[in-house]
Design a protein. Structure first.
Length: 592
């Protein structure tokens, strides 16, 4: 060590420059002397000491290393760049002109620092020296084909997230700049496919033909470019569509403890978009591979994969890919939105996304804040969700509707990440564990759930029959809690409790069975009319289902009008209730 320090001090004091040159074939003595003269003049040195290394892998040319800077003028780098350019331009016919133009530009392109080397590795983070002009968020390329994402830029080194298996890298591995920010290939052929966070297919169905390249990080549309959210996006779940309507371009949070049916609501919403001209993007972040496979099985079973893209970053994937996955999904959604289409994107879930970012931030030596999350974790999710909007007609008229999912611990909605996302979104659907275990599914808590868009994004048909539903359920909950302390109840109180119990039964919905608009309207119409009083609560769901079948046979024109016009007139309501009286008589319940 003393000898090394002495040598270093001796070189510095005498202004002797030490450089390392790598070559496949040793340059002539004259070329080496000429190189020494250039370096001596450039660095104002009294002398230059060249340490020579032969490396057949670089094919030709040379690579010069001076301190932590690398000047790469090797044939290998030239050929790699040419290969990437040709792959990118493979659709063009004039390949010779491409080669000529690229080769003519090689000399200027590689006269600046383009490459460096891995100084040290730890837990998916590579410290790279020698690249002094890298941009934040730029993709760098390791010599074994892996990619890295630049995150920290210091005076002497940059820190990169390794997007893949870091065990294939070693200290000293060469690193090249791409001068390109992180992006993902997109195209219509991505529909029905499963891709990773970098857009590579992982479903075994071959390559995806890309039409365009979208940046993962993209500035959200401005206020002037947007229009108000007033077109409904039906989830097919009556408890949501009737009380917490979601509009196209809205951001509605699904929040609750684990195993309360959050993913089930998201999947039901995707299934309900069939034949509604809505593209769906399901982003799985940190989920078990078996869980993602089960979701895909249900999507395939119901024919939903034809209009769905799955972006998967499983629990076994590196934290860097889990961090990038929602941005990749949003880039895919923006591609379709720019074509004027409506897109639904599910983030399942952002809690695991925040955990992955926390792990990366600690490894990148960023100071932790509240609950060990970095201070910019709010910005992380706000710049993601702000990209969901509805564009005006001048900008295509497309939309992205976001359903982010957040997992709470023991129902604590006041924790750091839940409060962050609640403040970013336009409402939340809160799923309660107690309701779930009581058998009320979906376990939507009427009191804590809200949609800040509200009736503006609700069809007129459902609005006409669900106006007092939330108030009725709230009154039922209040009366039910007080009735436990009284043995005798008056008639009106008993009726209110019975009516509330019937509403609760009718709002129960089996898994993967979204309800059509006309079925929801008929169900809500007969339920809110209070004409079902007297029917036992355990039989009311079957009774209403049978009545809907009766309406399909006897009054199909009413159902067709609701389906096509999205409206339900007072005259039609009277006709439905008249048919209900007839059906009740047939079923032996008499006239109420």
């Amino acid at each position: 060590m003393m000898a090394e320090n002495f040598t270093k001090e001796f070189f510095e004091e005498n202004r002797i420059l030490k450089a390392i040159i790598h070559y496949a074939k040793r340059p002539s003595e004259g070329d080496l002397q000429e190189l020494k003269k250039i370096l001596q003049k450039t660095y104002n040195a009294t002398d230059v000491v060249l340490e020579e290394h032969q490396n057949d892998d670089i094919l030709g040319g040379y690579m010069l290393q001076i301190g932590n800077k690398v000047f790469d003028n090797t044939f290998k780098l030239t050929f790699d760049k040419l290969e990437r350019q040709l792959r990118k331009e493979k659709g063009r016919e004039d390949i010779i002109s491409i080669m000529k133009s690229d080769i003519n530009g090689f000399e200027d392109e590689f006269s600046i620092e383009e490459g460096g080397y891995v100084h040290h590795l730890h837990d998916g983070i590579a410290a790279v020296k020698g690249i002094s002009k890298a941009m934040y968020g730029e993709i760098v390329l390791f010599e074994n084909g892996l990619k890295g994402l630049v995150q920290n830029i210091d005076e002497t080194e940059i820190l990169c997230m390794v997007l893949g298996d870091e065990q294939t890298l070693t200290e000293g591995t060469r690193v090249l700049r791409t001068k390109r920010r992180a992006g993902i290939p997109v195209g219509d052929s991505i529909l029905g496919r499963v891709v990773d966070a970098l857009g590579a297919p992982i479903d075994g169905k071959g390559e995806i033909e890309a039409k365009d390249w979208y940046m993962l990080e993209r500035k959200a549309a401005g206020v002037i470019e947007r229009q108000s959210v007033n077109v409904p996006l039906q989830t097919g779940i009556m408890a949501i569509d009737s009380m917490f309507p979601i509009g196209r371009g809205q951001r509605e949070l699904i929040i609750g403890d684990r195993q309360t049916g959050k993913t089930a609501i998201a999947v039901d919403t995707i299934l309900n978009q069939k034949d509604k001209d809505v593209i769906c993007v399901y982003v799985a972040i940190g989920q078990k591979a078996s869980t993602i496979a089960q979701v895909m099985t249900n999507l395939k079973k119901h024919g939903a994969m034809d209009y769905t893209v799955v972006v998967a970053a499983t629990a076994s994937a590196p934290a860097a890919l889990q961090y990038l996955a929602p941005y990749s999904g949003t880039a895919i959604a923006e591609y379709f939105m720019d074509q004027g289409k409506d897109v639904l994107i599910i983030y399942d879930d952002l809690s695991k996304h925040a955990v992955a970012y926390r792990a990366l931030s600690l490894l990148l030596e960023r100071s932790p804040g509240r609950e060990a999350y970095p201070g910019d974790v709010f910005y992380l999710h706000s710049r993601l969700l702000e990209r969901s909007c509805r564009m005006d007609e001048a900008h295509g008229g497309g939309s992205i509707t976001a359903l982010p999912i957040i997992e709470t611990q023991a129902g604590d909605v006041s924790a750091y990440i839940p409060t962050n996302v609640i403040s970013i979104t336009d409402g939340q659907i809160y799923l309660e564990s107690d309701l779930f275990f009581e058998g009320f599914r979906p376990a939507v808590n009427v009191g804590l759930s809200v949609s800040r868009v509200g009736g503006a994004a609700q069809t007129k048909a459902i609005k006409s029959v669900s106006g007092t539903l939330r108030i009725d359920l709230a009154q039922y909950k209040e009366i039910e809690s007080f009735s436990q302390f009284s043995s005798e109840l008056d008639t009106s109180t008993r009726e209110q409790i019975e009516y509330g119990q019937q509403l609760m039964e009718l709002l129960k919905q089996p898994l993967y069975q979204p309800k059509s608009l006309e079925r929801q309207v008929i169900t809500l119409c007969v339920a809110t009319s209070r004409k079902l009083l007297g029917i036992p609560k355990e039989k009311v769901a079957g009774f209403v289902s049978d009545f809907y079948g009766y309406m399909e046979e006897n009054k199909p024109e009413i159902l067709e009008f609701i389906r096509n016009e999205k409206q339900f007139t007072p005259e039609q309501k009277e006709a439905v209730l008249a048919e209900l009286d007839v059906f009740k008589k047939e079923q032996g319940y008499g006239k109420q």
